[in-house]
Design a protein around this ligand. Structure first.
Ligand code: UDP
Ligand code: MG
Length: 153
């Protein structure tokens, strides 16, 4: 099966009306959406989500930020989706993310950075079940898959 990644449009992305603009980038790239949920993340789920950062100075702040307002949680699928989506997101903070990236084009804050994306297969496998059960991950074929994922070799 193709790779999957967990993408969250964070509270500032929702509050700043950026959901459509961000989702468009992934749709236009040709990723397949396999799950989506508009929801408010509980503080306890936010703690699990960022467990890898526990003990770091920004941990409490990022937990509060993620749980502060509704977010759009999604799973996107494509071969290589994790590396591609991380490149599309850009560096962690908008002030040093490259133009052309989501964080580089849409933000300049240090604390708020619009989007979360899994950084490895292991992270995706940990993060996706925090938000979705297996039967919420929809399996289907896009009509243009042969064109989107056609091989050049
Ligand atoms: N973060 C922060 N201050 C820091 C580092 C990170 O507020 O010095 C927040 C920021 O929202 C970031 C999240 O913690 O997206 C997770 O940090 P990570 O290093 O995993 O960055 P990412 O994978 O999101 O680029
Ligand atoms: Mg990270």
């Amino acid at each position: 099966m193709a790779d999957r990644t967990l993408i969250i449009i964070k509270p500032d992305g929702v509050q700043r009306h950026m959901m459509g603009a961000i989702i468009s980038r992934f749709e236009n790239k040709g990723f397949k959406l396999v799950a989506a949920k508009f929801m408010q993340i509980s503080e306890s789920t936010a703690r699990k989500h960022y467990a890898v950062h526990e003990g770091k100075p920004f941990f409490e702040g990022v937990v509060k930020y993620l749980a502060s307002c509704p977010v759009m949680v999604m799973v996107w699928q494509a071969d290589g989706v994790i590396e591609m989506s991380r490149k599309m997101m850009g560096a962690t903070f908008g002030f040093d993310a490259e133009p052309g990236t989501i964080r580089g084009d849409f933000g300049c804050s240090k604390g708020y950075n619009l989007i979360h994306g899994s950084d490895s297969v292991e992270s995706a496998e940990y993060e996706i079940p925090l938000y979705f059960s297996q039967d919420e991950l929809v399996d289907y074929t896009l009509a243009d898959e042969d064109w989107l994922y056609g091989r050049n070799d």
